[in-house]
Design a binder for this molecule. Structure first.
Ligand code: ZN
Length: 89
């Protein structure tokens, strides 16, 4: 059995989150936004939704400034997120 992917976020007291991320809702942001919060170099690692939120807040991202959408679970959006403009044509 594959081991669960554990969140690499800081957790409530900086002691580590370790929440399994493979059963929770997957929240997608743009590559650029992900690189700003990724726990490992070059966009590596995994974060739960709460730790994604905490990292964006800690970096000073304003309310509503990070386009995102859930891609799994009951909140999953059917349409593509408004995160990127089509530039080819
Ligand atoms: Zn977490």
């Amino acid at each position: 059995m594959k081991p669960p992917l554990l969140c690499m976020g800081d957790g409530a007291n900086g002691s580590g989150c370790y929440r399994p991320t493979d059963h929770g809702p997957a929240l997608m942001v743009s590559d650029e936004h992900w690189r700003a919060i990724a726990p490992l170099p070059e966009g590596g690692g995994v974060l739960c939704v709460s730790c994604m939120h905490d990292r964006f807040v800690a970096l000073g991202f304003a309310e509503g400034s990070v386009p995102a959408r859930f891609v799994s679970g009951p909140f999953a959006a059917a349409e593509a997120p408004p995160t990127r403009r089509q530039t080819n044509g």
